[in-house]
Design a protein around this ligand. Structure first.
Ligand code: FE2
Length: 245
């Protein structure tokens, strides 16, 4: 009966249900995420508050918008590491990339220049305007090369919202799904939220991700982690983030 007076352990309530994050844009100055090392460190501190212990960060690689290479990504990672060391901050950070499926991606695939996540996973994203014309075949080619494709935020592609069968087809074909935390909060709109919960109910969510770009995202994630909706989700969802070794 005195529960009301018990001090709440707020820090516990705001933890994520996983410790390895596989989708973020926290490397300085190379995509639409963190612009500099100072901001990167602020973002890392937020992630640490949520209980993240291992960050596999994934800068965009996309034709005409973010033409990153393994060299530009490594250079940004080096500068962040130097700044972290200077500030005495310990944080495990690996890097891979979020590959936009386009002709440049196909060239990297064919010339064996892709940087995978641990376990030979590969984080890929569709264009937000339309799906790649031959996506099924391409997913198959990715697997033939020995990679396991993870589609980033499948819930955010509006052109799939009215044809959810496509999710089943892709998932059955071995494409795993990484859903963004903020999709469940309504941050990207009603339809995205509804689709994220639909994917959760189908058991199609293999990974969750922050897709953290900036402090605005960080604040929205912190707010979401404090909700009952998040707690309910965390209890029922069965994800593989912490199996990425
Ligand atoms: Fe992303």
């Amino acid at each position: 009966m005195f529960d009301f007076f018990k001090k709440k352990n707020n820090s516990k309530e705001h933890k994520l249900c996983y410790e390895t994050d596989l989708h973020s844009h926290i490397l300085p100055g190379i995509d639409d995420g963190s612009p500099n090392t100072e901001k990167s460190i602020l973002l890392i501190r937020e992630m640490q508050k949520w209980g993240i212990r291992k960050i596999i960060t994934t800068p965009h690689i996309a034709e005409e918008t973010f033409e990153n290479t393994s060299e530009t990504i490594k250079a940004a990672w080096d500068s962040l590491k130097t700044e972290l060391d200077k500030n005495g901050i310990t944080q495990e950070i690996l890097y891979s990339a979020e590959y936009r499926i386009d002709d440049g991606f196909i060239w990297l695939l064919e010339s064996n220049q892709l940087m995978s996540l641990p376990g030979n996973y590969l984080l890929v994203e569709n264009s937000f305007i339309q799906a790649f014309w031959n996506l099924d075949e391409l997913l198959f080619q990715i697997q033939l090369k020995g990679f396991k494709p993870i589609l980033a935020h499948p819930e955010r592609y509006a052109y799939y919202h009215n044809q959810k069968k496509i999710y089943t087809t892709m998932h059955d074909a071995g494409c795993e799904f990484q859903v963004n935390l903020l999709s469940f909060s309504g941050y990207y709109g009603k339809r995205v939220k509804e689709t994220a919960f639909w994917l959760a109910n189908q058991g199609y969510i293999d990974f969750l991700g922050t897709d953290l770009h900036n402090l605005h995202h960080a604040q929205a994630i912190s707010n979401f982690l404090a909700t009952k909706e998040y707690k309910k989700l965390a209890e029922k969802i069965n994800i593989k983030n912490d199996l990425l070794k």
